[in-house]
Design a protein. Structure first.
Length: 62
């Protein structure tokens, strides 16, 4: 096991499907911004992987 496994696991900044009733409007706005940034990060990674796969496929089709 690496050092990452030894760190205590904290509660995530946002839990999908979690109760939102106790959050203020400002807290909801902050979570929306957090989730939008995460979506952008996921889309960028997907695009990077798709580009790599496309390049590999075209290399092997030759």
């Amino acid at each position: 096991m690496g050092e990452e496994d030894d760190r205590p696991k904290g509660k995530p900044a946002h839990e999908i499907g979690g109760d939102l009733s106790a959050l203020s409007a400002d807290e909801l706005t902050a979570r929306i911004a957090l989730l939008r940034a995460e979506i952008e990060r996921l889309e960028a990674e997907r695009a990077r992987k798709s580009a790599g796969r496309t390049a590999a496929e075209s290399l092997f089709k030759r």
